[in-house]
Write a protein that binds this ligand. Structure first.
Ligand code: UT7
Length: 326
């Protein structure tokens, strides 16, 4: 019997402060409009972290909810992987900080840098470690405070992002349930560093100097997104001998409603089977998929045995997909 990483619980955290598109113009003095943002992206509002809220504090809150829903205590966690581009500090890792916050002391804790694809990458690493027997109970977290790294004078990017955190608990299991194989079926991770410049952080905690602010060539990223996401989803389905008709839920990275809808259409899914949070959360980078999963599970949408496709693309370029049976 194959050992699989089973999704035992998921959780999310969003900062209290909500900033609508109208607020961006009114309160933040950004020359933009609700109609421009909604038409181009589907975003209507975003949550912004309060002073003192960090990637680790939000990640710990999401982790606590995931652990509670999974019925797992801190003592049982033996792996913490955090996907973030906005860590509290270069080190200790945000994962080590969250490990302490949830009362875990066993096993490894480390961060992964794959920008908006970070959660899919983290899921892939945790899945591989569980399959290999080097962990039995993992916390996989995406947590971001992009409000601190966007250039608030660049209206082409600052309106797109929000803050938040999402987490899942993965437990080693036999991967056999009433509805067939359960857990993470496979993950498919890609990168092409030749496209680094189209979505990157200029300096900051890195060694290249500069202000530490996000830069994006939106049209270029959009072009890569549509082609690469379609290809990687088909790669994931083909690897499992599955087709579009087998997919019950698409839980995509939440960057742009147009990209999300294009992916839903490609899979032949009705709109109600595509989880959308970009309207309420904006782009929370590595946090967007686990937040969307927690949102959908919290609303009772996803039931045991459902086949879920996760997909994301982000700075690197990095992109990837994961298939999971809930
Ligand atoms: O999470 C990682 C993955 N990221 C993505 O998937 C993002 C992919 N890219 C996109 O979603 C889109 O490219 C954007 C939503 C970022 C931008 O949409 P676009 O249709 O590519 O717009 P644009 O950047 O080409 O700008 C079009 C116009 C420009 O004016 P001109 O030069 O045509 O006069 C901009 O100055 O819109 C103007 N503009 C704005 N106007 C009002 C740019 N930002 C704004 C704004 N409000 N916030």
């Amino acid at each position: 019997m194959t050992t699989r990483a089973i999704i035992a619980g998921c959780g999310g955290y969003l900062p209290e402060r909500v900033v609508t598109n109208a607020d961006l113009g009114r309160e933040c003095g950004i020359e933009t409009s609700d109609s421009w943002i909604v038409e181009r992206t589907g975003i209507r509002q975003r949550h912004i972290a309060a002073v003192g809220e960090t990637a680790s504090s939000m990640g710990a809150a999401a982790a606590h909810q995931a652990m509670e829903r999974a019925g797992i205590g801190g003592g049982e966690i033996d792996l913490v992987i955090v996907a973030t581009a906005t860590p509290d500090s270069a080190f200790p890792s945000t994962a080590a900080r969250i490990q302490a916050a949830i009362g875990a002391t066993r096993g490894a804790a480390f961060d992964i840098a794959a920008a908006c694809t970070g959660f899919v990458y983290a899921l892939g690493v945790a899945d591989a470690m569980i399959r290999a027997g080097s962990a039995r109970c993992a916390l996989v977290i995406g947590t971001e405070t992009y409000s601190r790294i966007v250039d608030w004078t660049d209206r082409g990017t600052c309106v797109l992002f929000g803050d938040g955190a999402g987490a899942v608990v993965l437990t080693a299991g036999e991967g056999r349930g009433d509805s067939g194989d359960r857990g993470i079926l496979s993950t498919h991770l890609h990168a092409d560093g030749r496209h680094a410049d189209i979505l990157h952080i200029e300096g900051g905690a890195g060694s290249t100097g500069g202000p530490g602010l996000l830069r994006m060539a939106g049209k270029e990223v959009f072009r890569h997104a549509v082609a690469k996401l379609a290809a990687v989803v088909d790669e994931a389905l083909a690897a499992n001998g599955l087709g579009h008709a087998d997919v019950r839920w698409l839980i995509p990275h939440q960057a742009n409603l147009r990209i999300i809808e294009a992916m839903g259409k490609k899979l032949g899914l009705p709109a109600e089977r595509v989880v959308v949070t970009v309207d309420r959360h904006a782009n929370t980078s590595a946090a967007s998929i686990p937040l969307a999963l927690a949102d959908a599970v919290g609303r009772g949408l996803i039931t045991k045995g459902d086949l879920i496709v996760f997909e994301a693309i982000g700075g690197g370029l990095t992109w990837g997909a994961a298939l999971a049976r809930f």
